[in-house]
Design a protein around this ligand. Structure first.
Ligand SMILES: [Fe+2]
Length: 306
């Protein structure tokens, strides 16, 4: 029998199952005038390296509502790493997760690689990546709270992203059956087996909850829809909850945004659910995204700021 994730259960949070009144008030306010179109998330900005106060506020307001915002800047195919790094600084994101395949700046350049170690990992291919939040295989202490993307170049064909606010997924699950939330908060809900390389453990096995509550009272989600190399808790409630979550993500709901990001555009987010369609590059259009992962959330986007 699994146990709830005790470590991150503060009292004052709409995401706690013990606080139904607060949850109801928060959910009502959250869903009121919730943006129905991906265009509602887009803020036109001049240069992300010199974000004006009004541009920043417009981005932050959207993130407060939907945990994400898109910007459309005038930098086009300029590959300057300072573009995503400057945006991150404005949102007080300082804990950059430099994974072992990252560039020197700590950003990760997502492009198709035909050689070297990266070619063996899906992000560096042109294949589709199914629904997930970033860093679900990280340790409990290295969970990714914010995920930003900046587009230097898009693919010739394909490569669209779908996005869904993880708090909306939480609401849909809790409305269906609050016990689903209980099951997905269990400390052994999702286990990623160890990665073995050359007979040695390259990454330890990681078990943890899908939903957890941060010390701020905000919600964190750790999830992948993939079936290989993932061990789910086997009780029937967890299975039902997962089936319903998959149904939500496969549905044509107005809560799922879908779009193709053009050069100069980017995503600022509290690590929302996302996927990527397969794509095909051409010599003129070779897809290049910068990805930045942080241990912090975007500043001023807590539920208490709503
Ligand atoms: Fe991702």
């Amino acid at each position: 029998m699994s146990t709830p994730h005790q470590q991150t259960q503060p009292v004052f949070s709409p995401f706690s199952l013990d606080n139904d009144d607060l949850y109801k008030r928060w959910a009502e306010s959250k869903l009121r005038d919730y943006p129905a179109d991906i265009g509602d998330l887009v803020v036109e900005i001049d240069d992300p390296r010199r974000l004006s106060d009004s541009e920043f506020v417009a981005l932050q307001q959207r993130c407060r509502k939907t945990n994400m915002a898109l910007y459309a800047s005038k930098t086009g195919t300029d590959p300057d790493p300072e573009i995503p790094l400057s945006i991150a600084r404005r949102f007080n994101l300082v804990g950059l997760n430099k994974n072992w395949l990252a560039d020197e700046t700590g950003l990760t350049s997502l492009t198709v690689r035909d050689e070297g170690v990266r070619q063996h990992y899906i992000p560096y291919t042109n294949r589709a990546i199914n629904w997930h939040t970033d860093g679900y295989y990280n340790t409990a202490h290295q969970q990714i709270r914010a995920l930003n993307l900046h587009v230097v170049q898009r693919a010739e064909v394909g490569g669209e992203n779908r996005l869904m606010d993880h708090e909306i997924a939480y609401i849909m699950l809790r409305e269906r059956n609050p016990d689903y939330i209980h099951a997905l908060m269990a400390s052994d809900a999702l286990t990623i087996p160890a990665r073995i390389e050359d007979g040695k453990i390259a990454r330890k096995q990681e078990s943890g909850p899908v939903f957890s509550i941060l010390p701020s009272g905000d919600l964190h989600m750790r999830y992948t829809i993939r079936v290989n190399n993932v061990i789910w808790a086997s009780d029937s409630l967890t299975r039902e909850a997962l089936a319903y979550l998959e149904f939500i993500l496969h549905d044509t709901s107005p809560y799922i945004y879908r779009g193709l990001l053009e050069p100069g555009m980017g995503l600022v987010s509290n690590n929302v659910l996302h996927d990527r369609a397969a794509f095909a590059d051409s010599p003129e259009r070779k897809r290049h995204y910068y990805r930045a992962r942080f241990f912090d959330r975007l500043t001023g986007t807590s539920f208490t700021d709503l």
